[in-house]
Ligand binder design. Structure first.
Ligand SMILES: *[C@@H]1O[C@H](CO)[C@@H](O)[C@H](O)[C@H]1NC(C)=O
Ligand SMILES: *[C@@H]1O[C@H](CO)[C@@H](O)[C@H](O)[C@H]1NC(C)=O
Ligand SMILES: *[C@@H]1O[C@H](CO)[C@@H](O)[C@H](O)[C@H]1NC(C)=O
Ligand SMILES: *[C@@H]1O[C@H](CO)[C@@H](O)[C@H](O)[C@H]1NC(C)=O
Length: 466
């Protein structure tokens, strides 16, 4: 009797699996038959007209493909409705990247609203992920590329292109959708009421299941780039891959051309410490003031020549409030002559400050990256940055600056630099040179080196070295 039930269950399950597999196969045959005859590389970037760092990555990747495979076609799947001309003007004006227009085609997606988080007040992660599958289906049905590259982190689209489309899949990850930090944070909550406890357990299970699915879809990507060590560590853990082997560290290109153009001029630089950071609480400007206070107390001779310049912008009332607090603290400590706060300076003024200052200070704890520190180094300043996360793991290599956590350490390093200036000319050069790792050229070269491993195609008129 029981064996009879078991065998009929097995039969039903077997049949279902068979039917699904058959349907998948048919769908794939259908989509592959519709694949364009020109070798096609599709970039999934629904917000391609935005002008942020993620878009610079996209356009540099497109440029790399155009250089390596001049007769392949690049598609960009986007939900933006502005015209092709407007997008190209944006690329040219914002990023100054010149692309060959004739091999680029925009595939317009109409279902972008399904990936917007405002659509999902609860279960946002799940909602957005399923939404991205709808968007991915729309993209696949409009064109099935030979190689699919996701540059916005929509991992749930990988099964669509890999399994249904039969494409090669690669991705560039800026940020994991779910992070192991989130899981640890929820798991460690203590002293909760019973109701909150149940809620938090449900959330934990939700995150854990989600992490498993995230791993399954992530497994389908045949080439994984991450934008930094922090992201790399998380993705390697979540997707069970080896960092720097199956997960490739490829820094996003940072435009530092205006800083690199400044003269190094080490001996002539002032005893000026420059800070560039929005006036947000996590940037910890207060630590900079305390550092200066400590430095001037231990080395009063610098009272006449040391200046700390804090450049930043304010996003709103709260940031402005913070600036007022800083100003109060400056009075309290009697540092009026030694600190300048500059809110909203022009590009020219900022460049002048970069040319005059000798030390760059960064105080944010656990910043994932820290583009500001790269800029300081490129501008010829010696960085004294926070000894954590991005600055520590990605940016300030030994011999190119200093890492600190307490005001005493910060003050000591700054004093050491300005008191022994001639000794640090080499470090200034090394710091600037090391920012080459974040240049557009390096990005494009490395992208080419890795992408060629999954591209089974040779352009007819390709140059040998590419
Ligand atoms: C890009 O902009 C520059 C000036 O900013 C202009 O000279 C050039 O023609 C533009 N290129 C394209 C393709 O629009
Ligand atoms: C990677 O992307 C995340 C999210 O945009 C960002 O916070 C982080 O600073 C980036 N890391 C690097 C190395 O640019
Ligand atoms: C939890 O509550 C106990 C007693 O109410 C208290 O002693 C303890 O410090 C609390 N722990 C946390 C992490 O808040
Ligand atoms: C995908 O998962 C399988 C099974 O766990 C594993 O053997 C394989 O190495 C994974 N592939 C990648 C690219 O991580």
């Amino acid at each position: 009797m029981i064996s009879c039930i078991v065998s009929s269950c097995l039969y039903i399950v077997g049949t279902l699996i068979g039917v699904v597999a058959g349907l998948v196969l048919l769908t794939r045959l259908y989509y592959q038959s519709k694949r364009p005859s020109t070798y096609t590389i599709g970039f999934f970037h629904p917000y391609c007209a935005a002008g942020g760092g993620g878009e610079r990555v996209l356009w540099c990747a497109v440029k790399a493909i155009q250089e390596s495979y001049p007769d392949a076609n690049c598609l960009v799947y986007t939900g933006d409705t502005i015209s092709d001309d407007e997008i190209f003007n944006k690329i040219n004006n914002t990023f100054m990247i010149e692309l060959k227009r004739k091999n680029i085609e925009f595939i317009r997606l109409t279902k972008r609203k399904y990936v917007e988080d405002s659509l999902y007040p609860v279960f946002t992660l799940l909602g957005q992920s399923l939404g991205s599958m709808i968007l991915g289906m729309e993209a696949l049905s409009k064109c099935n590329p030979h190689v699919y590259i996701d540059t916005m982190g929509y991992a749930f689209t990988y099964p669509i292109f890999r399994i249904l489309g039969g494409s090669k899949v690669a991705c560039y990850v800026h940020y994991p959708i779910v992070s192991s930090d989130m899981i640890v944070k929820v798991a460690n909550q203590q002293n909760l009421t019973l109701k909150r406890k149940i809620f938090s357990n449900v959330k934990l299970v939700y995150y854990k299941i989600f992490a498993i699915i995230y791993r399954l879809v992530g497994n389908l990507s045949q080439l994984v780039f991450v934008n930094g060590t922090w992201t790399g560590n998380h993705i390697s853990t979540l997707w069970k891959r080896t960092f720097k082997k199956d997960v490739i560290l490829l820094y996003p290109p940072v435009d530092v051309s205006s800083r690199i153009a400044l003269p190094l001029n080490w001996q002539k630089r002032k005893n000026m410490v420059l800070s560039i950071a929005q006036f947000r609480p996590e940037k910890d400007h207060m630590l900079q003031l305390l550092t200066l206070d400590h430095l001037l107390k231990t080395h009063p001779q610098h009272k006449k020549d040391l200046e700390l310049v804090m450049v930043g912008s304010c996003r709103g009332e709260e940031d402005r409030g913070r600036v007022e607090q800083l100003e109060k603290k400056i009075k309290e400590l009697g540092l009026e002559k030694n600190v300048r706060i500059c809110v909203g300076v022009s590009a020219q003024e900022l460049n002048d400050l970069f040319a005059q200052a000798s030390v760059g200070i960064h105080t944010m704890w656990c910043e994932h990256f820290g583009i500001g520190v790269v800029e300081l180094m490129a501008g010829g300043l010696i960085p004294v940055a926070h000894d954590s996360a991005g600055p520590k793991e990605d940016i300030v290599l030994p011999g190119t600056g200093f890492l600190a956590t307490t005001k005493e350490q910060y003050a000591n390093y700054i004093h050491e630099i300005i008191a022994n200036k001639p000794k640090y000319a080499d470090m200034q050069k090394a710091a600037r040179e090391s920012t080459n790792r974040f240049s557009e050229t390096t990005f494009i070269q490395q992208f080419k080196n890795h992408i060629k491993l999954i591209i089974d195609y040779k352009s007819k008129n390709i140059k040998k070295d590419q």
